[in-house]
Design a protein around this ligand. Sequence first.
Ligand code: FAD
Ligand code: SF4
Length: 457
Amino acid sequence: MREQDPAERARNFLEVACGYSLEDALRESERCLMCADEPCVRGCPVSIDIPAFIKQIGEKNFHGAYDVITNTNLLPAVCGRVCPQENQCEGVCTVADSLEPVAIGRLERFVGDMAIAEGWSNVPYIEPSGFRIGIVGSGPAGMACAADMAKAGCDVTVFEAFHEAGGVLKYGIPDFRLPNTVVDAELGKLIELGIKFECDTLVGRLFTIEEMIEEMGFHAVFIGTGAGLPKFMGIPGESLNGVYSANEFLTRINLMQAFDFPNAETPLKVGKRVAVIGSGNTAMDAVRSALRLGAEQAMVVYRRSEKEMTARIEEYEHAIQEGVEFHWLTNPIEVLGEDGWVIGLRCVKMKLGEPDESGRARPIPIEGSEFVFPVDNVVLSIGTRPNPLLAKATPGLKTHSWGGLLVDERQVETTVHRVYAGGDAVTGAATVILAAGAGKRAAEAIHADLSGGAEPH
Ligand code: FAD
Ligand code: SF4
């Protein structure tokens, strides 16, 4: 796929990958073998009928391809861009036995983008069921649950704490990977299904889940509140000015548009040297954003080696092309400051030992190897966990010790009757399509549970 030149794109927030042309998409569709056993469909967490939509592309029936995808997934332009296809559908594609796998994600994006450009939607006739469903959180889990409940005839309202809907798709993943206009366009398809969005609504503070069921008239509630609470390292100097959690850093940039300050109201002070601690997709997004905000030296500092890095290979390669520095086997032990502001990051070199409980090699400090990186900002990207606010405000809602909501053996209902949950709030930080899959699974269970005990119509 055509991409923006690395030197140029490292200074702007425009999309890196430019998408397929019509000819590219037709040529790529011809590579599909239409395997009878469809390994790619089993590799997709929401089981999109991949050979069927690729066949429609080959026949130039692009609207037909869109209908096939959206029978299962309402977010083709989003998922086509950010799904880790290499570990899912493309990872099991038969063609990959001898050649590059069929570029399923790129084809899905092509169809999603064409649907946005042409204004297509896939709104079936919906017979009202009389049931009302409240969804807490508007990320992919909440969106997927809302869509399937609306298609089942329910009256659905999504409550979102932020001033805009979309969850991490909107506040976390930067425009150069997933433009907010694309997220908004796909959210628009949910509004066409009759789903209502109420933003600036922090459930657990403005009202409780108990009140939603007992006083506000919801027959069931789905919790898709994600895992947005950042972890910190607990090292000296973490509260200095110039230290950010990756969540705050990216939210200011993506949702509050700090890159356009003072035209936008939220500032973000980014200096010439920025260190991002961590090695996942979030770390790559933060370090590449720092470059785009004018950093001359943007670096990733990670205590394990390149082999243990958790980011998608494509994001890592893009970061290298753009000039990001990677410091492996390096562990920060103190943020240094002057007059309240960051001036450096003290680190120690590490070596790898035996595997730890996560199965990855345990990093061990090398004695006497301490040194200092002079930096102006430190961005912590060492993981997140679910915010405890809602669980604390909901009597009977039980969580694991690490904060994830406990669900039943179907993986959908919480410890409170008629309150369901899915996505990162249950699993901890995972992926867009796993969250969407969990939302769909919950919708199916809610539908079955409500119809089983049927009342309203
Ligand atoms: P979220 O997307 O987190 O949405 C939860 C929503 O609930 C938020 O909008 C939040 O404001 C709202 N909320 C929370 N509490 C309340 C409350 N009490 N009341 C009302 N609303 C509330 N995955 C991929 O597959 N590919 C990627 O490339 C990728 N890159 C990522 C990059 C970054 C920077 C981050 C942070 C994550 C990335 N992920 C990626 C992971 C993926 O985005 C998440 O797994 C996914 O968004 C989880 O969806 P969710 O619906 O469970 O939660
Ligand atoms: Fe086509 Fe690959 Fe799926 Fe086979 S596995 S049907 S070749 S996309």
